[in-house]
Design a protein around this ligand. Structure first.
Ligand code: GDP
Ligand code: IMO
Ligand code: MG
Length: 431
C-alpha cells in the first residue's frame, strides 16, 4: 500500500488512534486532513497511554513524518500543549517529524467562546459539541473571514485580519449573547507569540505530501470523528463541521482523489456516540450501561459518558460504501465477552416500511427504529488471543456474521487497547 485512508465508520471513537499507530510502523507519512482538537485518539504502548488531539497518531514511531493538513482547524495553544506534553514524555517532536500546513485554519479564543454561547443559544436543539471552537472556525473559513496559520507569521497582515474578525465577534458576543468581548491587542499578542513558536513546523504540506508519495513513500491518511458525523453525509445537524471520511482527503490534505489507493473503515464490535443526535441502535440501561462499564466508554476529549448500543450494520454498511472501503477493522471485540446474547441492528423500520439501506434522505433519523437479530455470545476473555483460530467459535461466528452484513472483508480485529492486542486476518498487511 502506498496510500491508505483509515477512517471511523461509526460516530467516532472507534479506536482509530490505536489502529493508525499500529499501521504507522508500515508507512512513512501520516496525515490528518480534517477536524481539530475535538478528536481524542488514544494510543497505548506497553501500558503507557497517550491521547492525541491534533498530532497524527504516527508520532510515537521514530522516523515518520506527521502532517497536520490544510483541512484541519488548529488551536495553536492546544497544539503547543500537545507538543510539550510529548516532549516531556521523551517523544521526539521537531520541525522534521511534525509538519503543519500554513493554510490550516486557526481556532481563536473567540471561536471557543462562540462554540459555547451558540450551544447555549440553541437550548434543547444543542448539538453537544466538544466546545473546541470547531464549528465557529469552519464557519469563518466558509465565510472567508477566518485566519490561517500562515497569517500568524505575518504580524501586520495578522493584525488587520484579526481586528476585522474580532470586531464582528465582539459585537456578537456582547449584543447577542450578553457576554463580554475580547481585547484585540491582548489577543493579537497571544496569537503572534503562538505563531512564532509554531513557525518551525509550518510549510506547504500539500506539496510535501504529494512529493513524498511521488517519490514512492507510503502515506497514511488519519480520519478523525466518523462517517456518521460527516457534515454532508452524517446525521445532520448533529454532526461535526468537516468531511470525516475518505471524501475529506483531497481537499483537506491537497492530495489527488485518484491516488488514494486503499481505504479501511474502523468500527467497534458494538456502537457508541457522544453528544446529541439520533442513534438508532442505542440501548438504554441496563445493556447500554453494561457496555459502557465493560468498554470504559468515556470521551477521550471531554470525559463525557458515551452513549452505547449494539453494532448498527445499516449505518456501517453505508459509511463503508460511501468511502469505497476495501476492508473493515473491528475493535473492542473483547468488550463483548460475557454477554449471553449479542444483537446487531440489521435493518431499519422507516414509516412502517423495512429497509436494509441507510435512509440518508430522511429528514429525521430519530424516527427510524432499528430491527435487531441476535446470536449467542461467548464467555472467554479475548484479550490475550493473537490468532484468529484461537478465538472461541462464537466470537468467530460473530465476526463472520458482521463481515457478511457489512459487505467487505474484516481485515483486522482488536482485543484490547494496547498496540500488541490485535488479531490479523486475511488481507491485512502489517509487516
Ligand atoms: P479514536 O478517537 O477512534 O482514536 O478512539 P478513542 O481513543 O477516542 O476511543 C477508543 C478507546 O478504546 C480508547 O480508550 C482505546 O484505548 C480503547 N481501545 C481501542 N481498541 C480497543 C480494543 O480493542 N479493546 C478495548 N477494550 N479497548 C480498546
Ligand atoms: P474522534 O476523532 C466522538 C462529536 C461531538 C458532538 C459533535 C459535534 O476522537 O473520534 P464538534 O465539537 O465537532 O463541533 O462536536 O461531534 N464529536 C466526536 N464524537 N469522537 C470524536 O472524535 C468527536 N469529535 C466530535 O460530541 O456530538
Ligand atoms: Mg476519540
Amino acid at each position: 500500500m502506498s496510500s491508505v485512508s483509515v477512517f471511523g465508520a461509526q460516530w467516532g471513537d472507534e479506536g482509530k488512534g490505536k489502529i493508525i499507530d499500529l499501521l504507522s510502523q508500515d508507512v512513512d507519512v501520516v496525515v490528518r486532513y480534517q477536524g481539530g482538537a475535538n478528536a481524542g485518539h488514544t494510543v497505548v504502548v506497553g501500558g503507557q497511554k497517550y491521547v492525541l488531539h491534533l498530532i497524527p497518531s504516527g508520532i510515537l514511531h521514530a522516523g515518520r513524518v506527521n502532517v497536520i493538513g490544510n483541512g484541519v482547524a488548529v488551536d495553536p495553544a492546544k497544539l503547543l500543549e500537545e507538543i510539550d506534553g510529548l516532549l516531556e514524555r521523551g517523544v521526539e517532536v521537531n520541525g522534521e517529524n511534525l509538519r503543519l500546513s500554513s493554510n490550516a485554519q486557526v481556532i481563536f479564543e473567540h471561536h471557543k467562546l462562540m462554540d459555547r454561547y451558540s450551544e447555549r443559544w440553541r437550548g434543547d436543539g444543542r448539538i453537544g459539541t466538544t466546545g473546541r471552537g470547531i464549528g465557529p472556525s469552519y464557519a469563518d473559513k466558509a465565510a472567508r473571514t477566518g485566519l490561517r496559520i500562515g497569517d500568524l507569521l505575518e504580524p501586520d497582515h495578522c493584525a488587520n485580519r484579526l481586528r476585522a474578525a474580532l470586531a464582528e465577534k465582539n459585537a456578537l458576543m456582547e449584543k447577542v449573547h450578553g457576554e463580554s468581548g475580547l481585547d484585540f491587542d491582548e489577543q493579537l499578542a497571544i496569537y503572534l507569540a503562538l505563531g512564532k513558536r509554531l513557525a518551525p513546523f509550518v510549510g506547504d504540506t500539500g506539496a510535501e505530501v504529494r512529493r513524498a508519495y511521488n517519490a514512492g513513500k507510503r502515506v497514511l491518511f488519519e480520519g478523525a470523528q466518523g462517517v456518521m458525523l460527516d457534515i454532508d453525509h452524517g446525521t445532520y445537524p448533529f454532526v461535526t463541521s468537516s468531511n470525516t471520511g475518505t471524501n475529506g482527503i483531497p481537499a483537506g490534505a491537497g492530495f489527488p482523489a485518484k491516488q488514494i489507493e486503499t481505504a479501511y473503515g474502523i468500527a467497534k464490535a458494538y456502537c457508541t456516540r457522544v453528544g446529541e443526535g439520533p442513534f438508532p441502535s442505542e440501548q438504554a440501561d441496563p445493556i447500554g450501561k453494561r457496555i459502557r462499564d465493560a468498554g470504559n466508554e468515556y470521551g477521550a476529549t471531554t470525559g463525557r459518558p458515551r452513549r452505547c448500543g449494539w453494532f448498527d450494520a445499516v449505518a456501517v454498511r453505508y459509511g463503508l460504501e460511501l468511502c469505497g472501503a476495501d476492508g473493515l477493522v473491528v475493535t473492542n471485540l473483547d468488550v463483548l465477552s460475557g454477554f449471553e446474547e449479542i444483537s446487531v441492528a440489521t435493518r431499519y423500520r422507516v414509516g412502517g416500511e423495512e429497509r436494509e439501506d441507510y435512509p440518508a434522505d430522511l429528514v429525521d433519523l430519530g424516527s427510524v427504529q432499528a430491527i435487531y437479530e441476535s446470536r449467542p455470545g461467548w464467555t472467554e476473555d479475548l484479550t490475550a488471543v493473537r490468532k484468529y483460530e484461537d478465538l472461541p467459535q462464537r466470537a468467530r461466528d460473530y465476526v463472520e456474521w458482521l463481515e457478511q452484513l457489512v459487505g467487505v472483508p474484516i481485515v483486522l480485529l482488536s482485543v484490547g487497547p494496547d498496540r500488541e492486542q490485535v488479531i490479523p486476518r486475511g488481507l491485512f498487511v502489517a509487516s
